[in-house]
Design a protein around this ligand. Structure first.
Ligand code: G6Q
Length: 538
């Protein structure tokens, strides 16, 4: 049955006209214990979802819709290793990568856990060797620089986690992530480094991605300019891939290859060997704690009742705004500078997963799917785009994420940071009514300008500290939130044909930019002119 024809959908449409029109001021006034009742804890996180424009009736209706749409069934199928990525005929088992239960995880009878654990051991051995200095460069110098070359799923997750957990990393190592095919990225990331002390991790699931292969070849050239011997490559380049043949063809000894599997989607791969730069930077214990945090969230997602299930709650609240209150986007606002790449990672997790307009049966949907995800750390965002969230004409639900302690206790910085975090959610929810603006002796002509309507919904996620464990749980929470929404919308959250298109299009134009004789351009007039101008000017 079509989602929009379900009774549960129609109930929510009706509720959007009644509850959707109620103000958070009223909802809080009606129930003094609202915050306590609408705070849910799991895996070291405390989610206060009381500042959302919902009632019990709305939450029950959302849950009923999720059940009718088979969200829990699909979740169980995913965790059981069924091939729920139907357009690529693959299982979706990033949860197996962080399975710490000792229990098998099977795809069609075959347990994937021995392979997962063997690669984790290989990663731990390698990172111990690099961290201790036992693994040296070709000339015997200690490795001091780790450069990860990868893009998209082979970059964003590890780059985000590295930044997030920098305080717990080995500060003697310089760790950088090169992704863009723009030579500037490679050049600026290597200009101050000594090739004799530099190790490249070439991370690519397919080992065919243009950007990564181009940067990998430039890495080889850069190394050989100093080391002058092909044999040096084995000491300065390792690979993370599912494609052993292409790794060998590149000239990397497959003994220095870290494997993962087709059932690990790029944007869900930081838990696999794609996390190798993290294992090296943080050490095996911290990497294991990251996996344990994610595993705890996996268990919570699988086992907690839907009413107290964090991914389910956050997913359903998002559905309410996206499909019934016309919100187009969702902001992620971490009040922690270490999380400055979180929004970028979640953009990929969410928008690549649920940016689909065709459902699992191939039909064009008649409802909104994935939201636009964006955000920056607080308090910076407050001095930039929060204006639009407070007083603009768009509804933008937001997640505020903070910690009760800091890794950098510098006078009263942390209290000020968190005071801002709490104050923003308060102001967004309750606003400033015109009576109050008038009472502040505001000139009459400024009253409407200084009035804050409020009723802007937020979640607040708090943990005691930013640790590998709480970070692992947080990222898994968002992954499962995205799952809940994709399952409810009946889209395949695990393919990415849009990314494939980009990979093909540039490959066609590249030879035309560089052809010795004027190529016969057969694009549209705009693209033809851009290519011709570039050729004439380059
Ligand atoms: C992620 C996407 C995409 C992918 C990159 C890199 O889910 O599939 O972002 O990760 O295109 O692909 P490779 O790892 O194959 O180089």
């Amino acid at each position: 049955m079509k989602l929009t024809e379900r009774d549960e959908w129609k109930v929510l449409e009706r509720l959007s006209e009644t509850v959707g029109a109620q103000h958070l001021r009223e909802l809080f006034a009606e129930e003094p214990g609202r915050a306590e009742r609408m705070t849910t804890e799991a895996c070291g996180w405390r989610l206060d979802w009381s500042k959302n424009r919902v009632t019990d009736e709305v939450m029950q209706a959302l849950l009923a819709l999720a059940r009718a749409a088979g969200v829990e069934t699909l979740r169980d199928q995913m965790l059981a290793g069924e091939r729920i990525n139907i357009t690529e005929n693959r299982a979706v088992l990033h949860t197996a990568l962080r399975n710490r239960s000792g229990q098998p995880v099977r795809i069609e009878g075959e347990d994937v856990m021995p392979g997962v654990l063997a690669v984790l051991d290989q990663m731990a051995d390698f990172s111990a060797a690099v961290r201790s200095g036992a693994w040296t460069g070709y000339t015997g110098k200690r490795i001091r620089n780790i450069i990860n070359i990868g893009i998209g799923g082979s970059d964003l997750g590890p780059a985000m986690v590295y930044e997030a957990l920098k305080s717990q990393s080995d500060r003697a190592l310089t760790v950088r992530f090169v992704s863009n095919v723009d030579g500037t990225h490679f050049a600026e990331s290597t200009r101050d480094l000594d090739p004799e002390e530099t190790l490249f991790i070439i991370a690519s699931k397919t080992f065919t991605t243009q950007e990564t292969m181009t940067n990998a070849h430039s890495a080889r050239t850069w190394l050989l300019a100093t080391l002058s011997d092909d044999a040096a490559i084995a000491k300065h380049c390792v690979a993370v891939s599912t494609n052993a043949e292409a790794v060998a063809a590149f000239g990397i000894d497959t003994a220095n290859m870290f494997e993962f599997w087709e059932w690990v989607g790029g944007r869900y791969s930081l838990w696999s060997a794609i996390g190798l730069p993290l294992m090296v930077a943080l050490g095996p214990d911290h990497f294991t704690a990251l996996l344990e945090g994610a595993h705890a969230m996996d268990r919570h997602f699988a086992e907690a009742p839907a009413e107290a299930n964090l991914p389910m709650l956050m997913g359903l609240l998002g559905i309410w705004y996206n499909n019934f209150l016309d919100a187009d986007s969702h902001a992620v606002l971490p009040y922690d500078q270490y999380l400055h790449r979180l929004a970028a990672h979640l953009q990929q997790v969410d928008m690549e997963s649920n940016g689909k307009r065709v459902d699992r049966d191939g039909n064009v949907v008649d409802y909104q799917t994935g939201p636009i995800i964006w955000g920056e750390p607080g308090t910076n965002g407050q001095h930039a785009f929060y204006q639009l969230i407070h007083q603009g004409s768009k509804l933008i639900p937001a997640d505020f994420i903070g910690f009760c302690t800091t890794h950098n206790a510098l006078s009263d910085h942390h209290d000020k940071l968190m005071a801002n975090c709490f104050a923003q959610t308060e102001a967004l929810a309750f606003g400033k009514p015109p009576e109050q603006v008038v009472a502040e002796d505001t000139p009459a002509e400024l009253v409407t300008h200084k009035t804050f309507e409020g009723n802007r919904p937020t979640n607040t996620l708090l943990a005691d500290a930013l640790t590998p464990h709480t970070l692992g749980a947080l990222v898994a929470l968002y992954e499962h939130k995205v799952f809940v929404q994709g399952a409810l919308w009946h889209v395949n959250s695990f393919d990415q044909w849009g990314v494939q298109l980009g990979k093909e299009l540039a490959a066609k134009i590249l030879p035309e930019l560089d052809a010795a004789i004027e190529p016969d351009l057969a694009h549209d007039s705009s693209t033809n002119a851009l290519i011709a101008h570039y050729r004439a000017t380059r």
